[in-house]
Design a binder for this molecule. Structure first.
Ligand code: OGA
Ligand code: MN
Length: 200
């Protein structure tokens, strides 16, 4: 039983997206953000790509730099994060029967001024991504810093509602990868996250 995950799951079922503002403690955020910056200084990050193979560098579409997490080389705080995600996956499988079998996560760093235009996380050739998960690592984020995640929620009457969520430290956002178009708005300061997909 992991009832602490219920609000995330209820959110997805009832409004199309789930939020937990305290998925990570502030100590966990600090440790992950420090590790992210250390790995970036070591030259481990690459410009993120677009397209089916994620190989096209297209700064007019997305400007973040990423590094995939790897269980084999995960540091203690990365292992703690991946274990928490593993618990979440188990709980989703027990309560929602999505048949999740796998997950993949990467660090993402958006330099000031960069963005990720409106998109869907599922590729036509890879429908294994069922749930998108984003965890933010940005202490003291202000509304004026921008960098919100915009979610475009289809309404029953055919219109669309736009929700924006600030990338505040410890917050997790989760939604169905194949259903919800979304966008990262430009920020005035560096924006850090761990982003991933729970897959069949
Ligand atoms: C993505 C994405 C959202 C965010 O990496 O596909 O949409 O808020 N990220 O970082
Ligand atoms: Mn996305």
């Amino acid at each position: 039983m992991q009832p602490q995950f219920d609000p995330i799951i209820d959110g997805i079922l009832e409004q199309g997206y789930g939020v937990d503002d305290h998925f990570l403690s502030s100590d966990e955020v600090t440790a992950l953000a420090r590790r992210l910056r250390e790995r970036r200084e070591q030259g481990q990050f690459r410009a993120a790509g677009v397209g089916n193979q994620n190989t096209l560098i297209e700064k007019q579409i997305r400007g973040d730099e990423i590094l995939w997490l790897d269980q084999a080389t995960a540091t203690p705080e990365e292992q703690t994060f991946l274990n928490r995600i593993g618990e979440f996956v188990q709980y989703v499988n027990q309560t929602c029967y999505l048949g999740l079998r796998d997950f993949e996560f990467h660090y993402a760093l958006y330099p000031a001024g960069t963005f990720y235009k409106r998109h869907l996380d599922q590729f036509r050739t890879d429908s294994r991504r069922r749930l998108s998960v984003i965890c933010y690592l940005n202490p003291d984020w202000q509304e004026t810093d921008g960098g919100q995640l915009a979610l475009y929620l289809p309404q029953p009457d055919g219109t669309e509602q736009t929700i924006t969520l600030a990338p505040t430290a410890g917050r997790l956002v989760c939604f169905e990868s194949g259903k919800l178009e979304h966008e990262v708005l430009p920020a005035t300061r560096e924006r850090l996250s761990v982003t991933g997909w729970l897959k069949n």
